[in-house]
Design a protein around this ligand. Structure first.
Ligand SMILES: NC(=O)C1=CN([C@@H]2O[C@H](COP(=O)(O)OP(=O)(O)OC[C@H]3O[C@@H](n4cnc5c(N)ncnc54)[C@H](OP(=O)(O)O)[C@@H]3O)[C@@H](O)[C@H]2O)C=CC1
Ligand SMILES: O=C1O[C@H](COP(=O)(O)O)[C@@H](O)[C@H](O)[C@H]1O
Length: 493
């Protein structure tokens, strides 16, 4: 039985893309599961002069196509939404916001609980946090929690500046930094896989693991987000956050308890153990690329430099592949290969852990075995073992043991944003990023960017391929290859 949370949610950026595509459906999910029920109100803010009635139409339109939604549910949900036209840079507006929040606090009997959600460009985060304090919006009777969207800075220096300005108002335990990968079902399943199975617990270390591969492949291009992406690129957009978090989950020690504090303790240690490259090491171990035009199934796909809002001579990376290492006693020397890119052959998010082959005994030299975690679009696992061929032979053959979550059940499970907003409302910090983690990830990523800084070349890869040849050479020089090499193109993903 889900426990109801009492809260007023103040959503900065209530008219934006993220709010409509992700946040309203997520809140609707919480409403239908009962975590948001009677005692909640949402104040959406943005500059455009909307009325409450129009805002409720926008919110209704954002959720009415959710599977199984009824008109009654949609109307009941939307009735909790209020709109405040508000320029976040103007201190005067916070007075009206404060008055409305206080009124709704009483009306819905929420006990002074407030969730401030910053779904706006990061350049506004510090301004909003400062005004929340200076204009006395924070309550003293309930909780005050701040949810912050990505990106958290552009490099370590800007992230620290942002963090300093936010922590002038909010304590670390009140700050919920979003990395939506931490809300994904199969990311949350890593803990169970690693620590509930003695089979894997025993071999999850450098003595048995040959290498780990992480692939976050996207079929989509930059779409309408060039304004943001041009200044970020794949390194900052995907490696600094999602890939680093996966690396930490895969290499951290077992937490002492299933609590946020215990999990963050081992996760922070994993981040601290990341081997930060010198610029020369970075240049040797990380490659980048940019997608070029290609014709796929008769349709011409634009190259990155032809996309709306992208400079014709852009040097923004739309693909990154690299090898990284973790200097911990358990993982020292295990290569972790990562890659991510836009306009790759298919959408696929997966992790493969390859185990070392047996070097002695009856089957010395047998092929390495491996375990793959499928995060998306399908969710499940596949374990390749060395089996015995049928018949009167002792010869081996690879055999695959597979599990896949039922697609219908998976579709009905809460989506990442629903889990994360639900956790923030419940005060569970487990699946949010701590400052030490963000800082360590930026130190790592800044070193890669420094390694590329003196190199004006930008390898290209055809849209619909699996990245530039450099990404394949990176593994080939270690005698390895990417485990996942899809052969057919499904650009619809
Ligand atoms: N969209 C996505 O898929 C994702 C977005 N994010 C992050 O979420 C955040 C929001 O992104 P997104 O929704 O795409 O951005 P949008 O540009 O779609 O929305 C920005 C919002 O901010 C409001 N706004 C802009 N300036 C002001 C101002 N001075 N005062 C008050 N409101 C203002 C806009 O409304 P108005 O113009 O009416 O003022 C709008 O509601 C960003 O940090 C982004 O990086 C993260 C992951 C994915
Ligand atoms: O954070 C981001 O993630 C998405 C990919 O997320 P996924 O859940 O579909 O794997 C990416 O498209 C976007 O550029 C990035 O900002």
């Amino acid at each position: 039985m889900t426990e109801e949370t009492h809260a007023v949610i103040i959503l900065f950026g209530g008219s934006g893309d993220l709010a409509r595509r992700k946040l309203y459906p997520a809140m609707f999910g919480l409403f239908r599961r009962g975590q948001l029920c009677q005692h909640f109100a949402v104040i959406g803010t943005a500059r455009r002069p909307w009325s409450d009635a129009y805002y409720r139409e926008i919110v209704s339109a954002a959720v009415e196509d959710e599977p199984g939604a009824t008109a009654g549910q949609v109307a009941a949900f939307a009735s909790h939404f209020y709109y405040q036209s508000h320029d976040v840079t103007d201190a005067a507006h916070y007075t009206t916001l404060k008055d409305l929040a206080a009124k709704l606090d009483d009306q819905y009997a929420v006990g002074g609980n407030r969730l401030y959600y910053m779904a706006m460009a990061p350049s506004f985060f510090a301004t909003i946090a400062t005004h929340l304090k200076s204009e006395a919006l924070l309550t003293s009777t309930g909780f005050n929690r701040l949810v912050i969207e990505k990106p958290f800075g552009h490099d370590y220096a800007s992230a620290k500046e942002l963090n300093d300005s936010i922590t002038a108002t909010f304590d670390e335990h009140q700050i919920y930094r979003i990395d939506h990968y931490l809300g994904k079902e199969m990311v949350q399943a890593i803990l169970a896989l690693r620590f509930a199975n003695p089979l894997f617990k025993a071999v999850w270390n450098k003595d048995y693991i040959q290498d780990i591969q992480i692939t976050l492949a996207e079929a989509v291009g930059v779409e309408e987000r060039a304004g943001y992406y041009e200044g970020a690129g794949a390194l900052r957009d995907m490696v600094q956050n999602h890939i680093m978090q996966l690396v930490a989950y895969l290499t951290m020690a077992e937490p002492a308890a299933k609590t946020a504090a215990a999990i963050h303790e081992v996760k922070s240690a994993a981040f601290e153990a990341l081997h930060v490259y010198t610029p020369a090491e970075a240049a040797a171990n990380f490659v980048r690329g940019q997608y070029a035009a290609a014709t796929i199934n008769g349709t011409r796909i634009n190259g990155y430099r032809e996309e709306t809002g992208v400079a014709a001579d852009s040097l923004t990376d739309t693909f990154v592949a690299g090898k990284l290492g973790v200097d911990s006693p358990s993982f020292a020397g295990v290569p972790i290969y990562v890659r991510t890119g836009k306009r790759l052959r298919r959408k696929s998010t997966q992790v493969t852990v390859t185990f070392k082959p047996t070097t002695s005994g009856l089957f010395a030299g047998a092929a390495p075995t491996n375990l793959t975690l499928y995060l998306e679009p399908h969710q499940g696992y596949s374990l390749f073992i060395n089996g015995k061929q049928l018949g009167t032979t002792t010869a081996l053959m690879p055999e695959e043991l597979k599990y896949r979550h039922d697609p219908h059940a998976a579709a009905n499970a809460p989506e990442a944003y629903e889990r994360l907003i639900g956790s923030a409302l419940a005060g569970d910090e487990t699946d949010f990023t701590r400052w030490q983690e963000v800082a360590a990830a930026w130190h790592f990523v800044d070193a890669i960017a420094a390694g590329w800084a003196d190199d004006p070349t930008m390898p290209t890869y055809p849209a619909g391929s699996m990245g530039p040849s450099e990404a394949f050479e990176l593994l080939a020089k270690d005698g390895h290859q990417w485990f996942w090499q899809p052969t057919h193109i499904r650009l619809a993903d």
